[in-house]
Design a binder for this molecule. Structure first.
Ligand code: NAG
Ligand code: NAG
Ligand code: NAG
Ligand code: NAG
Ligand code: NAG
Ligand code: NAG
Length: 829
């Protein structure tokens, strides 16, 4: 345990050293957690196949095309689940399959036809490529009939053989620009094919793309209104293996890079024949050099290309610790790098270093601009040999592309971000805000607001029940929808779900630029009629709601317990950013009671109650310095059981309570006997559990530096409060097996913690004496005052897994004071 903490601190320090802002500030807790069961607004599409990873949206036609394993679907983008989809089944032929098996290819992955490319070719046809059982094939598909043609094209210049290898492809003016590792030898490159002369990248080391893994490509229309008569460019984002002998990183690390080519490049006349003369690449940096891998890039297109913004997600690997980072880049910074100094490969030292000598003219690697044309260079074929041969051996730039603000927008521990999409939203304050939709490796979506160079995660949504990476994300502004492609299916989600925010405070605190409070409900501002009357505070998430007293106070609940019992007063905060503030008899919790109060994840736990603990308890949610009353309790601690009208309650079987207590005193005996039997059984079970738990101790000792991951210990994000708080009394809640420490609880994946069997939902008014049976199964993260739980995945069947509930039961068991009293409202006594 200590080692793990040490590691976390070390990791935090390492991040802090490489950026100016402390790491804790960069991390963000999703404000709201929406678990799969609570996700009502999604529409799902899935068929009998798998791997719905290629998406193409045609908003004008209202169609979402989906490429999966051996199938292509045309779905209605307004409702992908309407059941009216058109389907093309495209399996590899039996002969092809036989050949694939014979070649010893993996018949579970490689010998399928995985659709890898779906692009609009012209007004009437799509162009589709699939791996076709390890011999890529492509086809034109007439969208009106949506039938597979009888003839396919060979696809080895357009499409990878491998179903999972990095691949990106765009059709621009009838030409297909792709980047991947081609043919069965997996030679990486960037190509242009289809109705054009095939163009390639240089493939002789060290000038080639070394084991590049491509992430995405983007067309930037730089020719539009260009004063210098520039060409459109295609930008490629990828990871490339560093080839630098003598460097300690040699052949070990991947380096994120951005490359670009000019759309009209025709290659050189003698040198670089049929190869790009405009191919240049530069390093892309985010947070920790040499430890980051690019996972996804999304582009915020604007009306003018020179304000184009890119967002990129990286994963960071550092000594078995996994984290993700998000960085923002501007097109002008990329251009600066491509217009800056070149690198040169020095054979003698086998390394790249800055090229210091004279660069030939016109500038190598440029697109053909007006000034080129004035010098008589109308196409790349006209360029002087000196220029072309220079660019052939200087394809790497010296300057790196650094993120906007020189640091990441967000760093997130223990989450793997796999996919990004971005939308720009006009808010009521007259500004536009970028909202990022971020897919995780285990099937969650983070919806995040970019504001003031920071990220506020509005919510995290469990999009898929079974953990699986989010493989594709597409936004439709026309449908106000997000489409999520993954292994098991496609999910359509609204871009916002404002009705989820129940009160004005909730609506304002969410800082969701799509949502505003109209006086009665929180609603989407685009569809609201009276926008002027609506309230929203995206910048600060604070202002605009009437006074808190205006909202109806929650109903008071009564709790009656015996002296010495433990009682949990529940206070369920909808926001993970809120902290619970408890008042007793209108004053703060006093320390006089010898640490018997524990403010926990979902409420206030009072152990070993005394009669003087009786009083009025109120729980306030405090967030962003706004306070609202969430729960009110009246606690009554009795010295002894009242002689009559006493009902003994079996704590874990709330639904079986006899409710008509006073009617039958002769039945009481029977009830007592049953209860004693049940409790006896319970004690036995708990003893077994305790024994089992103590056996686990030895295992715990093995968790060390190197195998933190393999032993499946999950350490959640630790907040900056951790150090200050670890010493206080919250922390002595330690029985040596499962330690609850203040910090932050599960962030992205509460689903991993197999929740304890859900207690039967109690009818509203039946508040059980100590609140135990209704304890929520999911521990959530609340800044500062919550418990952090160390979870052990491999022990999903062990009692440790029942976490907080189990822990409480253990306290109860230890105290051997299991006699509980049913609530005795003042009225009924
Ligand atoms: C397709 O989905 C299956 C099942 O989820 C998964 O095991 C496999 O790796 C996926 N294949 C590809 C190419 O994504
Ligand atoms: C999609 O569904 C909507 C409503 O369900 C319908 O109005 C529209 O015509 C459908 N679009 C297509 C392309 O079928
Ligand atoms: C794949 O190969 C394995 C081992 O040769 C074999 O047992 C299995 O039946 C094959 N599966 C298919 C779908 O052919
Ligand atoms: C689109 O391309 C296909 C395939 O080359 C061709 O048959 C079709 O006529 C083209 N359609 C138009 C409108 O150009
Ligand atoms: C370039 O184009 C101009 C005008 O179209 C033409 O006059 C000139 O001869 C061309 N130069 C070359 C080298 O083809
Ligand atoms: C609250 O007030 C009641 C009576 O006014 C008192 O008996 C009780 O001890 C108080 N409770 C606490 C926790 O101070």
């Amino acid at each position: 345990m200590g080692l793990l903490h040490f590691l976390v601190v070390l990791f935090t320090v390492s991040i802090t050293c490489s950026s100016k802002r402390p790491a804790a500030d960069l991390d963000a807790t999703p404000r709201v957690t929406v678990a799969f069961e609570d996700l009502k607004e999604g529409k799902r599409f899935q068929d009998s196949t798998l791997n719905y990873s290629t998406l193409l949206l045609q908003d004008e036609r209202g169609v979402l095309y989906v490429g999966a394993r051996e199938a292509i679907y045309a779905l209605n983008s307004s409702n992908i689940a309407d059941g009216l989809q058109k389907t093309i089944h495209w399996k590899a032929s039996p002969e092809r399959l036989a050949d694939c098996y014979m070649k010893g290819k993996d018949n579970k992955t490689e010998c399928f036809n995985h659709i890898r490319l779906l692009q609009q070719f012209n007004d009437t046809h799509l162009y589709v490529c699939g791996t076709y059982a390890f011999l890529p094939s492509c086809a034109y598909i007439d969208v009106s009939t949506f039938l597979l043609p009888s003839l396919f094209e060979e696809g080895k210049d357009n499409c990878p053989y491998d179903p999972v290898i990095g691949y990106t492809g765009l059709i621009i003016d009838g030409a297909l620009y792709t980047a991947t590792r081609y043919d069965f030898k997996r030679v990486p490159g960037i190509r242009r094919s289809l109705n054009h002369r095939l163009m390639k990248t240089e493939d002789t080391p060290p000038y080639d793309l070394h084991e590049a893994d491509f992430v995405t490509s983007v067309l930037v229309k730089e020719s539009t209104n260009s004063a210098i008569g520039d060409d459109d460019k295609i930008y490629y984002f990828f990871n490339e293996k560093v080839r630098e002998e003598g460097s300690s990183y040699a052949d070990k690390t991947m380096q994120a890079r951005v490359a670009r080519v000019c759309k009209s490049d025709l290659g050189g006349k003698k040198i670089l024949q049929k190869k790009w003369t405009s191919f240049l690449r530069a390093n892309l940096l985010c947070s920790i050099r040499h430890y980051e891998v690019l996972k996804s890039v999304c582009t915020m297109d604007t009306s003018t290309w020179d304000t184009t913004t890119f967002y990129a997600a990286f994963t960071l690997q550092w000594r078995n610790m996994e984290a993700s980072a998000i960085c923002q880049y501007s097109i002008s910074q990329m251009q600066e790098a491509f217009e800056g100094p070149y690198m040169e490969y020095q054979e003698a030292f086998r390394k790249w270093s800055r090229f210091e000598k004279d660069v030939p003219s016109p500038r190598p690697g440029s697109c053909i601009t007006n000034s080129f044309r004035e010098q008589g260079y109308n196409t790349s074929l006209d360029l002087p040999d000196a220029v072309v041969s220079f660019v052939k051996v200087h394809p790497l730039m010296h300057n790196e592309v650094r993120p906007v603000g020189e640091m990441p927008l967000l760093m997130k521990n223990h989450v793997v971000y796999t996919r990004l999409a971005v939308d720009r939203v006009a808010a009521l304050d007259g500004h536009s805000y970028d909202v990022l939709f971020i897919g995780t490796g285990d099937g969650w979506i983070h919806r995040a607001l970019v504001v003031n160079s920071m990220v506020h995660i509005i919510e995290e949504i469990q999009a898929f029940k079974d953990p699986q990476p989010v493989e594709n994300l597409i936004i439709s502004r026309a449908q106000r929808s997000l489409y999520v492609g993954a292994q098991s299916g496609v999910l359509q989600l609204p871009l916002s779900s404002c009705s989820r925010y129940a009160s004005c405070y909730d609506c304002i605190l969410a800082r969701d630029p799509y949502c505003g409070w109209d006086g009665e409900v929180c609603r989407e501002i685009v569809t609201a009629l009276e926008r002027a009357q609506m309230t929203q505070d995206v910048q600060r998430g604070k202002e605009g709601c009437p006074d808190a007293t205006a909202e109806a106070p929650p109903m008071q609940k009564n709790r009656t317990v015996l002296k010495g019992d433990d009682v949990l007063l529940q206070c369920d905060l909808s926001s993970n950013l809120a902290t619970a503030q408890w008042l007793v008899n209108e004053t703060g919790l006093s320390e006089d009671f010898g640490g018997r109060f524990r403010v926990g994840i979902d409420g206030l736990l009072i152990t070993d109650t005394l009669p003087e603990h009786s009083g009025d308890y109120s729980c306030y949610a405090e967030e962003n310095s706004l306070r609202s009353l969430v729960a009110v309790y009246s606690l009554n601690v009795l010295f002894e059981l009242p002689k009559e009208k006493v009902e003994v309650v079996e704590p874990t079987l709330p639904m079986m309570l006899p409710t008509a207590a006073p009617q039958a005193s002769h039945k009481m005996e029977f009830v007592y006997i049953s209860v004693i039997t049940i409790l006896g059984g319970l004690c036995f079970v708990l003893t077994i559990i305790l024994l089992y738990v103590s056996c686990q101790k030895n295992r715990r000792g093995k968790y060390g530096m190197g195998n933190a991951r393999t032993s499946n210990v999950e350490l959640q994000t630790v907040s900056s409060n951790f150090k200050e708080k670890s010493a206080d009394d919250l922390n002595n809640y330690n029985d040596g097996c499962l330690q609850i420490i203040p910090g932050e609880a599960p962030t992205a994946s509460p689903n991993k913690a197999t929740p304890p069997p859900p207690p039967p939902p109690p009818p509203l008014p039946s508040e059980f004496t100590n609140g135990m049976p209704t304890l929520p199964s999911m521990l959530r993260k609340m800044n500062g005052n919550s418990y952090m739980l160390l979870r052990q995945n491999e022990e999903s069947t062990s009692p440790l897994y029942n976490s907080f509930t189990e822990e409480l039961s253990k306290i109860l068991e230890k105290r051997k004071h299991t006699q509980l009293v049913e609530k005795l409202d003042e009225s009924s006594v």
